[in-house]
Design a protein around this ligand. Structure first.
Ligand code: FMN
Length: 239
């Protein structure tokens, strides 16, 4: 187990969380974490590393994608190994954590490039659809929500189940020790809240992703659904 500070009874033990979804898949929830910076001491990376420790404590299996070496969207073929690695991790995941720095009031290009390499649908495979998502941001200035708001929008676009809670760490440079660990604070507690909620939503919804993303309009376009307004259309035609 990792060396989390200040673990106490406020944490829900994993068996309690598992009881939320009896009969569901019995493996640990699989969570992919993405961050949005190539800086050597990147606080968005340190924040997802902290989030991963918390997720592991809650019984999840985690993977963090390293965006170094990922080409700009469309500058290389999708067969590029970093693109393949990212897509495979997204497919593997049942839930994701997205953490972007705020730059000029927006998410970073590094973060957006990762999302832009993820296809909504690749044949019958859907790397993001139906998965849970938690959004977080770090900023250098006072507290702001521009990046998390954009990430929420992106989550909708990628047809993910974005959980209500979120984390925004202001003046992130003040919140981490030299060794990269996050200092105890209300920001840290909020990250625990967000990860706990993500695990709960993941346990409740995984295994149902296909059903949750199944849409009438798309079944109709494939000729698999009877148009519901058929009688009204017939009246309009005077039939
Ligand atoms: C070009 C640039 C623009 C930035 N814009 C903002 C901003 O709009 N709001 C803010 O609070 N911080 C801003 N910052 C500060 C970053 O959010 C902060 O340094 C953050 O820690 C960067 O993430 P990283 O540590 O993962 O690289 C900006 C930094 C840079 C270099």
């Amino acid at each position: 187990m990792n060396d989390l500070p200040a673990l106490d009874a406020a944490y829900l033990p994993s068996p309690q969380l598992q009881r939320l979804a009896p009969g569901g898949p019995d493996h640990a929830p699989r969570i992919l974490l993405l961050y949005g910076s190539l800086r050597e001491r990147s606080f968005s990376r340190l924040l997802v590393e902290e989030a991963a420790r918390i997720l592991q404590h809650l019984g999840a299996e985690t993977q963090i994608f390293d965006p170094r070496g990922l080409p700009l969207p469309d500058s290389e073929d999708a067969a590029h190994p970093k693109v393949q690695e990212l897509r495979a991790l997204s497919l593997w995941s049942e839930g994701q954590v997205w953490c972007s720095p705020e730059r000029h009031g927006a998410i970073t290009g590094v973060f957006k490039s990762q999302i832009d390499w993820l296809p909504l649908e690749l044949g019958s495979v859907r790397p993001t659809q139906g998965r849970t998502l938690a959004v977080m941001q770090v900023s250098g200035g006072s507290q702001s929500f521009n990046a998390v708001n954009t990430l929420r929008l992106l989550g909708r676009w990628m047809r993910m189940i974005t959980i209500p809670n979120q984390s925004s760490v202001a003046m992130a440079w003040k919140e981490f020790e030299d060794n990269g660990r996050m200092k105890p604070s209300s920001y840290y507690d909020r990250v625990v809240d967000v990860m706990e909620e993500l695990v709960k939503f993941t346990l409740l919804t995984r295994g149902h992703a296909d059903h949750l993303v199944d849409r009438y309009s798309e079944r109709k376009a494939r000729g698999e659904a009877t148009p519901l307004n058929e009688p009204a259309a017939a009246v309009a035609r005077g039939a």
